[in-house]
Design a protein around this ligand. Sequence first.
Ligand SMILES: Nc1ncnc2c1ncn2[C@@H]1O[C@H](COP(=O)(O)OP(=O)(O)OP(=O)(O)O)[C@@H](O)[C@H]1O
Ligand SMILES: [Mg+2]
Length: 264
Amino acid sequence: MVEKKSSILEIPIKAVVNYLNFYYGGKVHALKDINMPIGDKQVTALIGPSGCGKTTLLRCFNRMHDLYPGNRYRGEISLEPDGINLLSNKVDPIEVRMRISMVFQRPNPFPKSIYENVAYGLRVRGETKRAIIDEKVEKALRGAALWDEAKDRLRDLASNLSGGQQQRLCIARALATDPEIVLFDEPTSALDPIATSSIEELITQLKKTVTILIVTHNMQQAARVSDYTAFMYLGELVEFDKTQTIFNHPANKRTADYVSGLFG
Ligand SMILES: Nc1ncnc2c1ncn2[C@@H]1O[C@H](COP(=O)(O)OP(=O)(O)OP(=O)(O)O)[C@@H](O)[C@H]1O
Ligand SMILES: [Mg+2]
């Protein structure tokens, strides 16, 4: 299969957002004609003032909005290389969430053991072989840089971990099903600077194997971890480019004002 490339990205693409519109309850028009490519194994940051639609856009990627009645998508998000439209009625949202997993703003482990938190997605998928689950749990915990701290307490309740450890556990849970894309919605806003920097380091490691989308209010964080940045305003995508360009030579005045801290 020929790899698709985008002219802005000059690199292989993992997904393409095509004239995406989203309506809450059929009324609130929260996303308006969003078009953007997502680079394969790159970190793409979504930035913009509160209420501009960052979380709404992120949640389209794993069909989270389907969980509430009345929400409506228009347009498409095609996933490469197979080119399926993630938003199509014919695509099963559960399957989408296995391929595209999510890490939320506040660590939200299940009230289960560390081990069972990570094994959860595998069991939902129907995996029953103990040896395979053991192996995948270890791999995911290693991938989330939590293995050394957790290996001797896998049967402890997840709630006994520190906040930063719980967030890494949620990352391990998100990694366990070998997703192609991981979505992060302000993953460090509830963490201290040390836990924040360990999550940022982890994101940089993870992009060797997965594609990452991250929402952040922290401009330094976007500049540190992302390769591409999308600046949104009032449900529209104002500007999308390489992160260095967005921060150093943005084309749009509103982008320039936002990244320099003049509003937001
Ligand atoms: N469940 C909902 N029902 C109706 N409108 C909603 C719902 N969730 C969000 N909205 C509206 O959609 C718009 C975008 O919200 P969204 O949560 O995507 O913003 P955001 O950019 O993530 O903001 P923040 O930085 O504060 O998290 C806002 O106007 C918001 O009020
Ligand atoms: Mg949000």
